[in-house]
Design a protein around this ligand. Structure first.
Ligand code: NAD
Ligand code: GLY
Length: 360
């Protein structure tokens, strides 16, 4: 097992990465002070892992209950968030109650937001079971739900007490979900570590077949990069925005298609192709670098062609982005492979990029 620390002063917490971790009570020591523990999960993950996690948590001598939500991005909304509060209030949860998010990014984001807001804030633990959640969403304390007009528009920063990434859970992940997670792994290389991107490119097959050693490295390096960025800029005043490379386009694709049609990682993969194309158009990376990045994304079985919403609709969808300031959309661009920055770009250049990429 490897342990990393997200360094946030009094809100610092460990990330544990290894096989079989959901069976180890010692990793859940943050629950020792809890009056009760609620596992929040969904109908797909519950039959796979909830019994084992319940057994582990019961050794701590607290009541352990489950809240099981329907599975899917389309349920990441107010109505289904309310189900968490309904269950907590029905069973007499209090301020010392602990939530444990068992699932992918949807469960992690919703559980985190429920923890941020229930009785003005209770503690929670992330047990991410998708690659995307292990390399990205479980770390950093961004929590929330979607609004029909915009992705992740309602939420809060609320850091977990621990992130427990059990690599064995990735073995049951469908291939399409694995590829979606690989999009965020690629993102970490592209924005922060060119050598890591070389490694990803050289290990495409191992990653696509969920090879244990390759996965361990991909999760570890991604968490190192993400935790360093979050430690430097928890509330996204600056550098953290670079973690959104590909997301302005990607969120537009997700919202425009209807949540759940494209997986978040698929939209981010395609969004990174658009973001790299825009960076190339602005002379920041070469055509050869754009082609290389496009090939890496495609080789991970991710879509590289955006849906044809038309440029006007894309611009409208992209306006609803948390990076937009005073009506001006700000894009994460590549300064070079391994380094990103954020800036505004003339609409005409974005529209050219969308047209050239087949989005019109
Ligand atoms: P997801 O949570 O929908 O999980 C994907 C699918 O895999 C679901 O059907 C789920 O039930 C299933 N699943 C989960 N674990 C499994 C396992 N071990 N075996 C078999 N099936 C399993 O999707 P995701 O890709 O994990 O997360 C996407 C969400 O994360 C989006 O809502 C996105 O906005 C959010 N996100 C948040 C952050 C953040 O910083 N908070 C970062 C990136 C993404
Ligand atoms: N996934 C982007 C962030 O956590 O900031």
């Amino acid at each position: 097992m490897k342990t990393l620390e997200v360094d946030l002063g009094s809100r610092s917490y460990p990330i544990y990465i290894g096989g079989g971790l959901i069976d180890q009570p010692v990793l859940f020591s943050a629950c020792e002070k809890a009056t009760s523990i609620y596992i929040v999960t969904n109908t797909t993950i519950e039959p796979l892992y909830a019994d084992r996690l319940t057994k582990t948590l019961e050794t701590l001598g607290k009541p352990v209950r489950r809240i099981v939500l329907p599975d899917g991005e389309s349920y990441k909304d107010w109505k289904h968030l309310q189900l968490i509060f309904d269950a907590l209030l029905t069973h007499g949860a209090d301020r010392q109650t602990m939530l444990v998010a068992l699932g992918g990014g949807v469960i992690g984001d919703m559980t985190g937001f429920a923890a941020a807001s229930f009785m003005r804030g209770i503690r929670f633990i992330q047990v991410p079971t998708t690659l995307l959640a292990q390399v990205d969403s479980s770390v950093g304390g961004k929590t929330g739900i979607n609004h029909p007009l915009g992705k992740n528009m309602i939420g809060a920063f609320h850091q977990p007490e621990a992130v427990i990434a059990d690599l064995n859970t990735l073995k049951t992940l469908p291939p399409r979900e694995l590829s979606a997670g690989l999009a965020e792994v690629i993102k970490h290389g592209v924005i922060a570590d060119a050598q890591f991107l070389d490694w990803i490119e050289a290990h495409t097959q191992a990653l696509l077949t969920c090879d244990t050693e390759a996965m361990a490295h991909a999760v570890l390096r991604s968490c190192e990069i993400k935790s360093a960025v979050v430690s430097a800029d928890e509330r996204e005043g600056g550098v953290r925005a670079t973690l959104n490379f590909g997301h302005t386009f990607g969120h537009a694709i997700e919202a425009g298609m209807g949540y759940g049609k494209w997986l978040h990682g698929e939209a981010v993969g395609c969004g990174m192709v658009l973001g790299a194309n825009l960076s190339c158009r602005l002379g920041q990376i070469t055509q050869a670098e754009l082609d290389r990045l496009t090939n890496i994304i495609q080789s991970m079985k991710l879509p590289i062609e955006p849906p044809k919403f038309g440029t006007e609709r894309y611009m409208e969808l992209m306006q609803v982005d948390k990076k937009t300031e005073g009506g001006t959309i700000r894009y994460v661009l590549l300064e070079k492979i391994g380094k990103a920055h954020i800036k505004s770009v003339p609409d005409a250049t974005v529209i050219e990029t969308l047209k050239a990429s087949g989005a019109a």
